[in-house]
Design a protein around this ligand. Structure first.
Ligand code: PMP
Length: 442
């Protein structure tokens, strides 16, 4: 018996031993099509020789140097590569080890910015109900995923949550998508006014929501209006692109498609593509300068931040995404995946909504298509889909979302950018019976 502390303590999962392209292989030789890249991580697939080579070369030169003493070439080059391809205004890159660390750094930097600017009364964060920003206490406080937050109430920080732009559930009959997008964004203005604009430091959101709502895409104009509101009240806009960034939606940053630039962005997952743990927080020159000309020190830091080996992996991964033509490929394969999902599930009695962008696709499951009533959480539909798919050799990412304060079931798909057409067929061929069986049994 191993002493490992597994995620699910009732059953130790199979032991993964190798990976080849879009497949993971366990110790019995069983192959699994990795249709979610773990949790939207493995964007280049498994066993990529160029990325592995870049990591090995870095290890030969320098594995680690603490950022309290040194910077390193891969860290500097990764920062330059990201800024050269980032939304307008972003100018500095703070490298960390994952998404939660990036979210924590973003929240703390936003706070320090206002302290440096002489507005210490700005201490309130507004985020969204359908959102997930990580599992550390600060990031979990910003997120609105009830299921993940439930046990930790007394520890969580007091942050406000408005609804995400959630057309399927919240658009009114007869309301145009544009009107709904504006109304959804105006909820931010109402919340800022309720709290007192001079007390609000930041608004935090995922451009395309991942783990709490299954690839929830914003209405056209939603984020432009959000940007306008943030500017009106001097509130910083933090966009969490940990899941939807790094090419997942067809552009390096998802927010490019919404025509907005944030003051602070968080990335992770696809940045290391699973080859190394790495994340980053990007901020504008203005925020950086406030710290640089103020106290001169961002009061934060982690031992493994700016890790040279992880940075070498990130540099190679971002280079590969940009140079191998993977961004247009994500758009093309994403459209093919969307077509296949519509073919199989467009009329399914328990599929309420199909949505997403690029190779980031969500399926919202409902007990009743007409009323949009979700399944009772006790039925664990998402978990049953995951289990049935896994048995059939398919890795997808089913989860409990947040619907009007209740739990709902979704499946998230985020396959590697290299996925072939035949593998898209295999994906839906394996997913359909898993969804059928789990929803029939519910
Ligand atoms: N933000 C978002 C949008 C995420 O999807 C996640 C992870 N699912 C995180 C933050 C946290 O990242 P990590 O698990 O690497 O800490």
């Amino acid at each position: 018996m191993s002493h490992i502390f597994p995620r699910h303590t009732r059953q130790l999962p199979p032991r993964a031993v190798s990976g080849e392209g879009c497949y993971l292989i366990d110790e019995t030789g069983k192959r699994y099509l990795d249709a979610s890249g773990g949790a939207a991580v493995s964007c280049l697939g498994h066993g990529d020789p160029e990325i592995i080579g870049a990591i090995k070369a870095q290890l030969d030169d320098l594995a680690f140097a603490h950022t309290g003493f040194f910077t390193s070439q891969p860290a500097e080059e990764l920062a330059d590569l990201l800024i050269a391809n980032a939304p307008k205004g972003l100018d500095r890159v703070y490298l960390v080890s994952g998404g939660s660390e990036a979210a924590e750094a973003a929240i703390k930097l936003a706070r320090q910015y206002w302290v440096e600017k002489g507005e210490p009364q700005r201490g309130k964060v507004i985020a969204r109900k359908q959102s997930y920003h990580g599992n550390t206490i600060g990031a979990l406080s910003a997120g609105g995923n009830e299921w993940r937050r439930a046990q930790f109430g007394p520890l969580l920080l007091d942050m406000s949550h408005i609804d995400a732009c959630y057309e399927y559930r919240l658009r009114l009959d007869g309301e145009s998508l544009e009107d709904y997008g504006r109304r959804a964004a105006d909820a931010l203005e109402a919340e800022i006014l309720r709290l007192g604009p001079e007390t609000v430091m930041a608004f935090m959101a995922e451009p395309v929501v991942g783990a709490t709502a299954g690839a929830l895409t914003p209405a056209p104009g939603y984020f432009r209006r959000i940007r306008e509101i943030c500017d009106t009240y001097g509130v910083l806009l933090i966009l969490d692109e940990v899941m939807c960034g790094m090419g997942r939606t067809g552009t390096l940053f998802a927010c490019e498609q919404d025509g907005v630039s944030p003051d602070i962005a968080c990335i992770a997952k696809g940045l290391g593509a699973g080859y190394q743990p790495i994340g980053a927080m990007l901020c504008t020159g203005e925020i950086y300068d406030a710290v640089a000309t103020g106290s001169g020190f961002f009061q934060h830091g982690h031992t493994y931040m700016g890790h040279p080996t992880a940075a070498a992996a990130g540099r190679a991964v971002v280079g590969a995404i940009l140079e191998r033509g993977l961004l247009p490929r994500v758009t093309a394969q994403g459209e093919k995946l969307a077509e296949r999902l519509t073919d199989r599930f467009g009329q399914h009695p328990h599929v309420g909504d199909l949505r997403g962008r690029g190779l980031f696709r969500g399926i919202e499951l409902v007990r009743d298509r007409e009323t949009k009533d979700p399944f009772d959480p006790s039925q664990g539909v998402a978990g049953k889909i995951k289990k049935a798919a896994f048995e059939a050799g398919l890795i997808c990412y089913p989860m409990a979302g947040t619907i009007d304060g209740r739990r709902g079931d979704h499946v998230l798909l985020a396959p590697p950018f290299i996925i072939e057409d035949t593998q898209l067929d295999e994906l839906v061929d394996k997913l359909e019976p898993a969804i059928d069986a789990a929803t029939r049994a519910a």
